[in-house]
Design a protein. Structure first.
Lengths: 212, 212
DNA sequence: TACTTTTTACAACGTGCGTTGTACTTTACC
DNA sequence: GGTAAAGTACAACGCACGTTGTAAAAAGTA
């Protein structure tokens, strides 16, 4: 067994909880809810299985805590990118392009884990309590989409864009700049491939495919 | 060695095999691979569990047979829609719109099950043999996308569209007309909601969001 | 009817896993 | 150092599940 003990005896109170959440995120993202075992999670966290149950009521509770935190963190990072690139827009196409690049490039260590977890949620939605899904959507995807929609709305008022439904436009923009095939690939795409995809996505978002 | 699952039970009518495949599709799509139990599948199929093992080597083999057939059937139906609407295009926007509507409306009984299964594959890709995923992609999504790309290419040659990468354009079109939020909703969207989504998607595909 | 093939019910084995109790050890804090 | 809280090892329970064997029944075929 790979005893990757990242969390040795730490100061303060309950650094164990952090380790459990991180380990659980990794395992849930990789294996999905039903495959993920508490043993695997506790091993990944460098913690005894009993400690997991001292911090969380049961597997379902741990899962909901994990997806909630993952959504919160990822949303914060994504909103930060949105704000940084779209707060002041001078050259629309160039600024959107930089935004798309920053968006699509791996932003953090748990970047892949987060999106793998989203896929798991997406597939497992039928077995997750509706309130948990609603809460997750609210603190995660919906919040981000609204943040982007607000900026698109401002850009529309400035006459740079045109749309009567900024939320839908935000969804379209997300789809177009994230269009790299989700999984299926064992290898992560190169920077150039990502850049090509983002470029094509932004162009499509701005100008579409109709002949001029 | 799960590629060719020609069962030994030969001769006569083995309608059981059909029932197993159908039941397994329903259960795998609803519960995912690891949650789905052979008992549940055989119950759904109206068959004893032993019969399942008389037709398929094991759970993994059954799963691969199911996803392969589901991909094949869905791809055939989708390609049929593509051909019907894009073989002869007179009014680009109107024809694309009708195509999008036909695409997004539930096409068959196993429509929902198929896309739920796609979500499961998408999430479980890390636990499915690479050859199985490649084969599935080839008979399913890639084949469909190439079919659409071929038509977009023809439309480009006719001067109705512009793109130097028809495959990517096909992907973008798919994303834009399928942008209804995948799961999360217990209720299926109304026809009007689907129509609105398709309309917005087609408009975005053709003209984008840049101010004219 | 007699046969062959297919299906079924049933039991059984092994295993993995969620979860809990318990007694022991480590850590945090005064 | 001493006390309380947190963490650990370990065992155990119960259950669900994949898979196989077997003998009886059903269905198809001659």
């Amino acid at each position: 067994m790979t005893s990757s003990d990242t969390g040795r005896p730490r100061g303060g109170t309950s650094g164990k909880r952090r380790a459990i959440l991180d380990g659980a995120l990794a395992v849930f993202a990789r294996d999905g809810y039903s495959r993920a075992s508490i043993d695997a999670i506790s091993a990944e966290a460098g913690v005894s299985t009993r400690t997991v149950y001292n911090h969380f009521t049961d597997k379902a509770g741990l899962f909901q805590a994990v997806i909630q935190e993952s959504a919160s963190r990822a949303a914060a990072a994504q909103i930060e990118i949105i704000e940084r690139h779209l707060r002041k827009v001078t050259d629309l196409e160039a600024d959107l392009m930089e935004f798309g690049l920053a968006w699509a490039m791996p932003m953090a260590a748990d970047h892949d884990a987060h999106f793998a977890l989203v896929r798991q949620i997406n597939a497992d939605a039928g077995h997750i309590p509706q309130e948990a899904i609603d809460a997750w959507q609210e603190t995660g995807p919906l919040r981000v989409r609204r943040a982007l929609a607000a900026h698109l709305s401002r850009l529309t008022e400035r006459g740079l864009l045109r749309t009567d439904d900024p939320e839908r436009a935000a969804l379209h923009l997300f789809l177009l700049i994230s269009s790299v095939n989700p999984s299926y690939h064992r290898v992560t795409p190169s920077e150039k491939e990502i850049a090509d995809m983002v470029t094509a996505g932004i162009r499509a978002f701005l100008y579409g495919y109709a002949a001029r």
